[in-house]
Design a protein around this ligand. Structure first.
Ligand SMILES: CC(C)(COP(=O)(O)OP(=O)(O)OC[C@H]1O[C@@H](n2cnc3c(N)ncnc32)[C@H](O)[C@@H]1OP(=O)(O)O)[C@@H](O)C(=O)NCCC(=O)NCCS
Length: 176
């Protein structure tokens, strides 16, 4: 994909040189606890290499790095659904802890959804943050997502069952 320029740097494709930075920032319990268990913890250099290899191999690419001019500092991506849901996608993201609270993910999520609607012809992008993850909910609200509901007892993390909130952003098609 073409890089998306932003005030923090850019959203761009992953490349093999990102493995060290990916391991450095992704290896963080405070990130892992808000993500699915498929996100490794601890996050090793092998995990970083195999994730990047899979991201590079995927056509079309749907997982991207959030990066400053120096290094990758986070990730953002979508999983496009199938069959009658093929115009919808789930979005996921995380950011290295030293970069939290600067508005980076709000800008990244806003720019990335604009890009993904256009690039993949989607009409709906949604996210399912854990209900306790108020920061992520705030990011979604500021990026133009609307709260559609509460998915009660929909997940289990660290042995505890919890709720998720369903947020979605709908593409507004231009008339004429
Ligand atoms: C969620 C995450 C990506 C946020 O990134 P970020 O760049 O720090 O977010 P931003 O700075 O753009 O926005 C944070 C917003 O949450 C608000 N916020 C911060 N702490 C908060 C809290 N405890 N409760 C409520 N809102 C909070 C901020 O004030 C800001 O809103 P504001 O601009 O209205 O003040 C980052 O914390 C992260 O990677 N977390 C772990 C992984 C994760 O949760 N991924 C999402 C899974 S759905």
């Amino acid at each position: 994909m073409p890089s998306i320029n932003a005030s923090f740097g850019m959203i761009r494709d992953w490349n093999a040189q990102d493995a060290d930075a990916l391991m450095k920032y992704a290896n963080n319990y405070r990130i892992w606890k808000n993500l699915r268990d498929g996100f490794p913890h601890p996050y090793t250099i092998e995990d970083a290499r195999s994730f990047i290899a899979a991201a590079i191999e995927k056509t079309p690419a749907t997982y991207f790095a959030i990066a400053t001019a120096e290094e990758a500092i986070g990730g953002i991506g979508i999983v496009i659904n199938q069959d009658v849901h093929r115009l919808t996608a789930e979005m996921g993201y995380w950011l290295g802890e030293p970069f939290w609270g600067k508005g980076i993910m709000t800008e990244a999520a806003t720019r990335f959804t604009d890009f993904a609607f256009e690039e993949f012809g989607l009409v709906r992008i949604y996210a399912e943050p854990y209900a306790a993850n108020r920061v992520s909910c705030r990011v979604l609200e500021k990026a133009g997502f609307q709260l559609e509901g509460r998915m009660r007892s929909s997940m289990i993390k660290e042995g505890r069952i919890g709720d998720q909130l369903l947020y979605a952003k709908i593409r507004t098609l231009q008339e004429g």
